[in-house]
Write a protein that binds this ligand. Structure first.
Ligand SMILES: [Zn+2]
Length: 399
């Protein structure tokens, strides 16, 4: 598998260094998909493209002044550009937000309950929550001049192209002195553009009933996305082109929208696919971090398969079992009752804050030997899954 390590390194260099940030719809994203398409075509598996249109955000700068004193900030993704002033109106909870008569001419400062996690954007297709709907409706009705969220959550609180005011998220330590009536001046740049893109999928074996082996190739606009998720894509490309998946009933799918507000790629792929022929899915997202083991969990798997997976993990060094997590591209299968396996890094949720979606997610955080080891182990895992899920259970065999 020494060739695998070198190919993984080369794919990573193209995706995370030469292309870099590749949000769906952007020119960089099309560069990434053109590269992936070429690799799969050269491997003898010209991929099918599931196209989509979307909106992508070109990052800009941010600047906030409190009573004339500058505070450096990052604009929220998809914030409209603007240079606006207004009085600060701190709001800590949903009830308090809904009780405001208006916020015209004012800057809403979201804290506590309103800034404890990312507000789901209206465009996200797979989940909505009643409290998030209430917050979005109140923000639209109040029509503030701008919004400043004060939060230590690892992601910006607002990332929603349908919110019409400039906004930013600032860390709690910078926002703790903001008082009602403070004079705020917010300047944000950046732009939202229309764009298009594709998912790419390559059928390996000739069986119509197949296991989807997938990873997302897109990244946020603010990161080279080496760990999240060029490393997984590099593994799947290397395995495909070096023939390690040949003959398996597998469809390799490179999704293009896992880190995007409207999951444009996943929606397009689902619309173009007969899920009745998909026996299961195995998703890689966030693998190969230096000093960490690789984790595996299963969702919606029948018991014999789940315990076979447990045995497989026990027999393989540097793999650990994980608790099920309902996110990323395995969730779109599991939530439809299709058995799904998720592969990531142990304790990944504790690691996300300082790494994923940031400029620090570069090749330096990755262990190439670990990635090559994952690639070496994957064919046996895929074979186990494909065999277990395409073989009818004894009671289905008739007679
Ligand atoms: Zn990811």
């Amino acid at each position: 598998m020494s060739g695998v390590r070198e190919r993984i390194r080369q794919h990573l260099q193209v995706l995370a260094e030469e292309v870099g940030a590749r949000p769906p719809g952007s020119p960089a994203n099309r560069q990434a998909t053109a590269y992936v398409e070429q690799v799969l075509t050269n491997a003898g598996y010209p991929p099918l493209a599931a196209p989509f249109t979307t909106r992508w955000w070109e990052p800009g700068d941010g600047h906030l002044e409190v009573g004339g004193v500058p505070v450096g900030v990052m604009p929220n993704p998809y914030s409209p550009a603007g240079d606006v002033r207004g009085r600060a109106v701190p709001v800590a909870g949903i009830d308090q937000l809904e009780a405001l008569p208006t916020a015209a001419g004012e800057v809403l400062v979201l804290t506590d309950e309103l800034a404890s996690g990312q507000l789901l954007p209206a465009a996200f297709p797979f989940l909505d929550l009643p409290e998030h709907r209430r917050i979005r409706a109140a923000l639209h009705r109040l029509a503030p001049t701008a919004v400043v969220a004060v939060s230590d959550h690892w992601e910006p609180i607002l990332e929603d192209p349908d919110l019409p005011f400039p906004s930013t998220t600032i860390p709690t330590e910078l926002g703790c002195d903001l008082q009602p009536g403070d004079d705020l001046h917010l300047v944000v740049s950046g732009a939202v553009h229309p764009g298009d893109g594709v998912n790419l999928s390559a059928r390996i074996g000739d069986s119509d009933r197949r296991l989807v082996l997938c990873a997302h190739l897109d990244s946020k606009a603010t990161t080279p996305g080496a760990f999240d998720n060029a490393a997984s894509v590099a593994i799947l490309l290397a395995l495909t082109e070096l023939g390690h998946l040949d003959g398996l009933p597998v469809e390799v799918v490179l999704f293009n929208g896992e880190d995007h507000i409207d999951s444009c790629g996943e929606v397009a792929w689902l619309a173009a696919t007969d899920l009745g022929r998909v026996v299961g899915a195995c998703n890689l997202d966030g693998v190969g971090l230096i000093g960490r083991r690789t984790s595996l969990t299963s969702l919606a798997c029948p018991e014999p398969v789940a315990s076979q997976l447990g045995d497989w993990v026990t027999c393989h060094d540097r793999w650990v079992p994980a608790e099920p997590w309902v996110e990323s591209d395995h969730a779109i299968f599991a939530l439809r009752g299709i058995p799904a396996v998720a592969i990531t890094t142990e304790d990944v949720h504790a690691l996300l804050g300082g790494l994923a979606h940031t400029a620090d997610d570069t090749l330096e955080v990755l262990d190439l030997d670990l990635l090559a080891g994952i690639a070496a182990d994957l064919p046996s895992l895929v074979t186990l899954l494909a065999t277990a899920l395409t073989t009818p259970a004894p009671h289905d065999q008739g007679g």
